[in-house]
Design a binder for this molecule. Structure first.
Ligand code: NAD
Length: 255
């Protein structure tokens, strides 16, 4: 693909983006910023209020689809709704995830399986289904997978979560390699603790205070800061970046 320049305000006007897990936290902040930058947004989320969230964010350019992304049939029906409404899909952000924490000696099979099923398998399923649509459309695309600092360093009680997020880095690189020929960029974002429902729960109390002190920049992150990277990666400014993992961690993983 030739270099055709890019919008220096990082607008993604007229693009259609699917954001999984977008009813809350990081996904919701990404949906909000993408809408501000001119995209049409479809939020796929388990939450019953997903349609209300979309209406609240932007009644004209956003739809909320109640979807369990661990269920392939449910994904197919949801993707049909997006195609019917917007006609195409340009951007996928895989944000739905769980953090089920326990030490390695005691972690239950249930916690392990739920984590891998949602964070890794369902994210891959979304990539595969949307990737096939992008390939058929023939106009390239952008896929952004939410990994974590837990893919890069060991964290207490994070064994299953870490395995799932390391897997995300693996599929990101492989998909980037396989789909470069279709101009589909596949990248990951690895945040430190971000102050969302999930982040606050996993890092409550003394444990969180201690972790914050160990971060060179001395603080946790905000969903809006992760959204800014997701916008950069969705924009034409990053057409030559693929298979990359952008770490937003206040320097936590450089020590
Ligand atoms: N918050 C953090 O500290 C942090 C740090 C690093 C990475 N991450 C990653 O970022 C992503 C978003 O995290 P968050 O903190 O915004 O989480 P969150 O809990 O605030 O939001 C996650 C959303 O995913 C949805 N979801 C859960 N299961 C689903 C399913 N089966 N199908 C569809 N939707 C489903 C939930 O309903 C929820 O709206 C996750 O992948 C998480 O692992 C978070």
């Amino acid at each position: 693909m030739e270099f055709k320049g890019f919008d220096k305000n990082f607008n993604i006007t007229g693009k259609t983006a699917i954001i999984t897990g977008g009813a809350n936290g990081i996904g919701r902040a990404i949906a909000s910023l993408y809408l501000e930058k001119g995209a049409n947004v479809a939020i796929f989320d388990l939450k019953n209020n997903v349609e209300e969230v979309a209406q609240e964010l932007n009644p004209k350019n956003a739809i909320g689809v109640k979807c369990d992304i661990t269920d392939g049939e449910n994904i197919n029906e949801s993707l049909k709704k997006v195609k019917d409404r917007y006609g195409k899909i340009d951007i996928l952000v895989n944000c739905a995830g769980v953090a089920l924490l326990d030490d390695a000696e005691n972690l239950s099979h249930e916690f392990w399986q739920k984590t891998i099923d949602l964070n890794l398998t369902a994210s891959f399923k979304m990539c595969q289904k949307v990737g096939n649509i992008m390939i058929e459309q023939g106009e390239g695309g952008k896929i952004i997978n939410m990994a974590s600092q837990a893919a890069l360093i060991a964290l207490e009680n994070h064994i299953a979560y870490s395995a799932s997020k390391s897997g995300i880095l693996g599929i990101t690189k492989n998909l980037a390699f396989e789909w470069a020929q279709f101009n589909i960029n596949v990248n990951a974002i690895s945040p430190t603790v971000i102050l969302t429902e999930l982040g606050k729960k996993a890092w409550a109390g003394e444990k969180g205070e201690k972790a914050k002190k160990e971060i060179p920049l001395g603080r946790f992150g905000y969903p809006e800061e992760v959204a800014a990277i997701a916008l950069f990666l969705a924009s034409d400014a990053t057409n030559l970046i693929t298979g990359e993992n952008i770490v937003i961690d206040g320097g936590n993983t450089i020590k």
